[in-house]
Design a protein around this ligand. Sequence first.
Ligand SMILES: Cc1cc2nc3c(=O)[nH]c(=O)nc-3n(C[C@H](O)[C@H](O)[C@H](O)COP(=O)(O)OP(=O)(O)OC[C@H]3O[C@@H](n4cnc5c(N)ncnc54)[C@H](O)[C@@H]3O)c2cc1C
Length: 273
Amino acid sequence: MRRHGLDAKILAGGQSLVPLLNLRLTKPKILVDLNGVSGLDHIRETSAGLRIGAMTRQSGVERSAIVREKCPVLAEAIRHIGHLAIRHRGTIGGSLVHADPAAELPAVALALDAKFEVLGDGMARAVCADEFFIDYLTTSLRPDEILGEIIFPVLQPSSGYAVEEVARRHGDFAVAGVVAVVDLDGEGKIIGPRVALFGVAPTAVRARAVEQAMIGQQPGNELIRDAAALLRDMLDPPGDIRASSAYRKRAAAVLTVRALTKAVQLCHTRRLS
Ligand SMILES: Cc1cc2nc3c(=O)[nH]c(=O)nc-3n(C[C@H](O)[C@H](O)[C@H](O)COP(=O)(O)OP(=O)(O)OC[C@H]3O[C@@H](n4cnc5c(N)ncnc54)[C@H](O)[C@@H]3O)c2cc1C
């Protein structure tokens, strides 16, 4: 990558890159295939969280017992990606570096404040999720760097979570979607709510205003509806052939209500079990 710079492209699972090559939307002179490189395909539990190698296939993460136990929202989000055949080839790193605004994984990474370990020039640097995604299909990776690993924080055993999205057909990219995670304290008040949206802006976005409105409150339908209504001022989604801007905005609010309601219910259930 250092030798060829912008003339070279990394090939991971090929599920986004190969369609772009077919359509001649990208024309690299060199493909650097990571599929034969060892040390990039693993899931490890550490004190910092779950360290997942960039070349780990999405289906491997989805089915991993440790991911389902320690970070179940990640497995839940992957279930929504395309179809099984795509998830068998597609890698976790490829989805994050491709940074499609309608993809599920960037929203999970943002919601959980995941850390990205970036490798280049014999060095590793850590990048926070909110500094990794810059713009439409654009990350802060430099041309001679690769994504090596992602560190997803472990959720509390009692955390509630949900991933809600709307797509034109099963397996399509989402028109709009939301990832929500909540915890409740001993009095049943909300702590640490996390809400990230996808499909409604050039990158996935964290709905911090919604989160702020819920912190320290007793969860209830009215609170969740009022918090989700704050998205009206926060979002200005693009319109395209799949959905208008107004539809995406409305869908984001409706899906946020659904996701937060489910997350709170799950939190109650998990606290009892
Ligand atoms: C029909 C279809 C439906 C799909 N539906 C969805 C969906 O609903 N939701 C969703 O999120 N995705 C969807 N996808 C995309 C899929 O998730 C891709 O697998 C993923 O976006 C890219 O991962 P990959 O491993 O295939 O990467 P590739 O396609 O190989 O690479 C993608 C980009 O990332 C770069 N790259 C990859 N790995 C690294 C790395 N470690 N370091 C630096 N650069 C790297 C490549 O150079 C390229 O620019 C769909 C794909 C198809 C074909």
